[in-house]
Design a protein around this ligand. Structure first.
Ligand code: ZN
Ligand code: ZN
Length: 270
């Protein structure tokens, strides 16, 4: 697994975020020869450049948590879209019956928002809308469980199972104080790795109730209850600079040793 973008809301490059990174959500997961990508924020551009540098056509599945701008704006800058030898399948679980993922991405690339329409892509593209809660089998041997998250306009959490291992990608979502989300517990049960919307700290959260995001402390409670292996703090607030993220990392490592704070470029293997 490789992290190409770890931020939420908006990209925030600069000297104060250079160590944890400033690109928005994009995570690459390799299951054997298969490439799965979760979200297409600004980090997606960097992944695309690396894929094209290999000199081989890219073949991948891109799963969106949802279609808020920070999670989709990388697609027009994803080099494989302009490579006729490449192919991708695009999936989303929160739009079923509401236009669908192809229409939403199309709308992002119409004038005067963007100079070229999505029709200019030359890669083979397929679009699938499913309902959060469905089980997906993009390839033999890869099973993906999905679940509805608590986020304005909806969002989908994922659990990828491959070769006796399980990894959960759960962003963007808001918790209810004092409770654990049963749907999330179901997705992350005994997972080897659990990536979670940790936009805020518990101290900050009261100022952002209703914004659709959670805290690293809440993620840790979920991780404990579901007996997760490694917990990964993700979707960092753009106002959290490297010094602030270091403090979160230190506190999290005391609270649950082995906890990981996602950084751009970081590789994890399970
Ligand atoms: Zn987000
Ligand atoms: Zn969102």
């Amino acid at each position: 697994m490789r992290f190409w973008g770890v931020r939420g809301s908006i990209a925030c490059p600069g000297p104060d975020t250079i160590r944890y990174g400033g690109n928005t959500s994009c995570v690459e997961i390799r299951c054997g020869d298969h490439l799965l990508v979760f979200d297409g924020g600004t980090g997606l551009r960097l992944l695309g450049n690396e894929l094209m540098a290999v000199g081989q056509p890219a073949a991948l599945d891109l799963f969106y948590s949802h279609t808020h701008f920070d999670h989709i704006c990388g697609l027009p800058f994803f080099a494989p879209c302009y490579d006729a030898r490449s192919s991708m399948r695009i999936w989303a679980g929160h739009l079923n019956g509401n236009k669908g993922i192809q229409a939403v991405l199309n709308n992002m690339m119409i004038a005067p928002l963007f100079p070229i329409p999505m029709g200019i892509f030359t890669a083979k593209m397929a679009f699938t809308d499913f309902a959060a809660g469905d089980m997906l089998t993009p390839h033999p041997g890869i099973r993906i469980l999905t679940g509805r998250l608590n986020h304005p306009n909806g969002a989908t959490g994922y659990r990828v199972e491959y070769g006796q291992r399980a990894v959960a990608y759960v962003t963007d979502t808001e918790h209810e104080n004092g409770t654990l989300d049963a749907g999330i517990l179901n997705l992350i049960e005994a997972a080897d790795l659990f990536i979670y919307d940790s936009t805020y700290t518990d101290d900050e959260y009261p100022g952002y109730a209703g914004w659709g995001h959670s805290t690293w402390q809440q993620g840790m409670k979920l991780a404990e209850a579901a007996k997760v292996g490694r917990f990964v703090i993700f979707h960092h607030d753009p106002s959290h600079d490297d010094a602030f993220m270091d403090k979160i990392a230190a506190a999290a490592d005391i609270a649950r040793p082995g906890t990981v704070v996602a950084r751009e470029g970081m590789l994890l293997t399970v």
